[in-house]
Design a protein around this ligand. Structure first.
Ligand SMILES: [Zn+2]
Length: 80
């Protein structure tokens, strides 16, 4: 999963997709983020996320117990 040569960033947001952080599908640069629990045979399901949303430090929280930094997503209901 952690292949630094793998390019998972794109200049445009896919049509009819919704960013889990802002709940919007506005066009812009995005990155595919793997969905926990969907790994299988070296593949993983992923969702597009705006790079601008990932760049907002106000949404980050650090959980000391599990040593994970996570992003608080929008309350907007996702279409999945
Ligand atoms: Zn977004």
């Amino acid at each position: 999963m952690d292949n630094p040569k793998e390019n998972r960033t794109f200049d445009h947001f896919p049509a009819e997709s919704q960013c889990p952080i802002c709940g919007d599908g506005e066009d812009g640069a995005c990155v595919l983020v793997g969905i926990q629990g969907t790994q299988s045979d070296g593949n993983i399901e992923a969702v597009p996320v705006h790079l601008s949303c990932l760049a907002n430090p106000k949404r980050y929280l650090y959980n000391r117990n599990v040593n994970v930094i996570y992003v608080v997503c929008s309350d907007v209901k996702r279409g999945d």
